[in-house]
Ligand binder design. Structure first.
Ligand code: S3P
Length: 428
C-alpha cells in the first residue's frame, strides 16, 4: 500500500507511545525459559514481537494472548520441544539472534528462517561465539539464515569481548551462557541497550568505559510479571516531527526512558530542541516518563560516535531533523546502519536527496548541510519494506510543499501498527 502524506500546518495532540519492541521480545523469551507462569501487560501487537510469540509456541511454550496482555507458562531451560517446522522469525533480527542464543544453548534441533530482508543480514556475528561455546549452529554460507541448529555435547562458558556494539549479539551470548557449565562473561566496551541484563537481573560490573556482564546456569529466572513501557524509538519520530514544525505541541504519554536508549533525546537537546520530560516513573524494571514536544530552532551537531549504539534506531529520523538545522551536521561511526532491515545509510541518503536536501553519504555516516528554511520537494519515497525508513520519510514529507507518497507503507506495522493513524490524529 502507498500512503499519501500531505503537508501539515499544525501537529497537535496527545499520543500514547506503542509498547517497546525490544522489551516485548525479551519479556516473552525470558518468561519462556523460566519455570513459572508470567503475565506481561502492554505487550507489543507489532509484527516483530508477534514473531517471537509464534516461534515460542512452535517450541511448545503455552501462551495465551488477550490483546496486549500475554500469559506465558514457562517451559524451563530443559522444556522446549523440537519444532515440526522451521522457526519463522519474519523480519525480526532480535527474534532470530536472541532465540538462537536460547535454542542453540538448549541444543534443540531446528531450523530458523526469516523473510528476504532478514535472510540477507549477517548471522555470522552470533554463529562464531556460539560455536566457540559448544553450540551446533550454522547458516547458509556460514553467515545467513536459514540457520541450522543441533544437539550439542555441553556448553562452555567463556569471556567474550564484544567485537561490535550490538545488544542482539551481547544478548545471544549471555542467553547461551545460561546453559553453560561455567559462567560466561561478556565484555562491552561501548554500551548498547541493557534490557537483557536489567530484566534477567544479571550480575554486571563497570569495566573501563564499559562493563562486564555475567550469566550462568545458576542464574535463577523468576516469573516475569510486569507492564512494558512505551517505545522510545517509536516516540523519536514525534520528537523530531514536533521539533521541525513551526506550530506543534505533542504530548507523548508513557515513553520508555532507559538511559541506554535515549541518546536521541540528548542529541536533540544539544541541537536546541524543546522537549520536556514530565512525570518520571518506573514501569516494571524500566524507567518511563511523559514527553512534551514544542517547536525549536535547531542547530547542527557533530554527533559523538560513542552515542551511536544508543541511538542507532533513531539515527534515520535524526537525519531528518538535521536537514532543518542551521549548519552542517556530521554523523560518523554509524557503519552498523548498513546491516539493519535495509542499508539504512544508503536508503536515507536516497530519501533525503529525493527531498532535495544537501547531504553527503560516507562509508560510516553522513554529512548533512541543514537549512532552517528547508522545504522538502514532494516526492515518491521507497521504504524498502523497512518500517523506520517509511516513518522517517513520512516525518520529512509533513514539511514538504506538496503531497508526497510513501511506498509499502504497511511495513510500519513491524514496530508501530498505529503510526499512520497517529500521524492523522495529530495533523491539521
Ligand atoms: C535491538 C538491538 C539493536 C537495534 C534493534 C533492536 C535489540 O540491534 O537496532 O532494533 O532489541 O536488542 P543491534 O544489536 O544489531 O545493534
Amino acid at each position: 500500500m502507498t500512503e499519501k502524506v500531505a503537508p501539515v500546518k499544525t501537529l497537535k495532540g496527545k499520543l500514547v507511545s506503542p509498547p517497546d519492541k525490544s522489551i516485548s521480545h525479551r519479556s516473552a523469551l525470558f518468561a519462556a525459559i523460566s519455570n513459572e507462569k508470567s503475565v506481561i501487560k502492554n505487550y507489543s501487537e507489532a509484527a516483530d514481537p508477534q514473531s517471537t510469540l509464534a516461534c515460542l509456541r512452535q517450541l511448545g511454550v503455552e501462551i495465551q494472548q488477550q490483546g496486549m496482555e500475554v500469559t506465558i507458562q514457562g517451559a524451563g531451560r530443559e522444556g522446549f520441544k523440537k519444532p515440526d517446522e522451521p522457526l519463522d522469525c519474519g523480519n525480526s533480527g532480535t527474534t532470530m539472534r536472541l532465540l538462537a542464543g536460547i535454542v542453540a544453548g538448549a541444543g534443540i534441533e531446528c531450523n530458523m528462517i526469516g523473510d528476504d530482508s532478514l535472510s540477507a543480514r549477517t548471522m555470522k556475528r552470533i554463529i562464531t561465539p556460539l560455536t566457540e561455546m559448544g553450540c551446533k549452529i550454522n547458516g547458509r554460507d556460514g553467515t545467513y539464515a536459514p540457520l541450522q541448529i543441533g544437539a550439542h555435547r555441553g556448553i562452555r562458558g567463556m569471556r567474550y569481548p564484544l567485537p561490535i556494539a550490538s545488544a542482539q549479539l551481547k544478548s545471544a551470548v549471555l542467553l547461551t551462557g545460561l546453559f553453560g557449565d561455567e559462567p560466561t562473561e561478556v565484555v562491552e566496551h561501548v554500551l548498547s541497550r541493557d534490557h537483557t541484563e536489567r530484566l534477567l537481573e544479571l550480575n554486571t560490573e563497570p569495566y573501563g568505559t564499559g562493563k562486564i556482564i555475567r550469566s550462568s546456569k545458576a542464574d535463577i529466572l523468576p516469573a516475569q510479571n510486569y507492564t512494558i513501557p512505551g517505545d522510545f524509538s517509536a516516540a523519536a519520530f514525534w520528537l523530531v516531527a514536533g521539533s521541525i514544525h513551526q506550530d506543534a505541541e505533542i504530548q507523548l504519554e508513557n515513553t520508555g526512558m532507559n538511559p541506554s536508549r535515549i541518546a536521541a533525546l540528548e542529541v536533540l537537546n544539544q541541537m536546541g530542541a524543546n522537549i520536556l520530560v514530565v512525570n518520571p516513573r518506573s514501569e516494571g524494571k524500566e524507567p518511563a516518563a511523559d514527553l512534551m514536544i514544542s517547536p525549536a530552532e535547531l542547530k547542527a551537531i557533530d554527533l559523538d560516535p560513542v552515542l551511536v549504539p544508543n541511538c542507532i534506531d533513531e539515527l534515520p529520523v535524526l537525519m531528518v531533523a538535521m536537514c532543518f538545522a542551521d549548519g552542517t551536521s556530521k554523523i560518523t561511526g554509524a557503519e552498523e546502519l548498513r546491516h539493519k532491515e535495509t542499508d539504512r545509510l544508503s536508503a536515507m541518503a536516497e530519501i533525503l536527496k529525493k527531498a532535495g536536501a544537501s547531504i553527503e553519504e560516507k562509508d560510516d555516516g553522513m554529512l548533512i548541510h541543514g537549512d532552517p528554511d528547508f522545504s522538502p520537494k514532494p516526492a515518491i519515497y521507497p521504504s524498502w519494506h523497512d518500517h523506520r525508513m517509511a516513518m522517517a520519510a513520512a516525518v520529512l514529507a509533513t514539511r514538504a510543499s506538496g503531497v508526497s507518497q510513501v511506498e509499502d507503507a504497511e511495513c510500519t506495522a513491524i514496530s508501530y501498527p498505529d503510526f499512520w493513524a497517529h500521524l492523522k490524529q495529530i495533523s491539521r
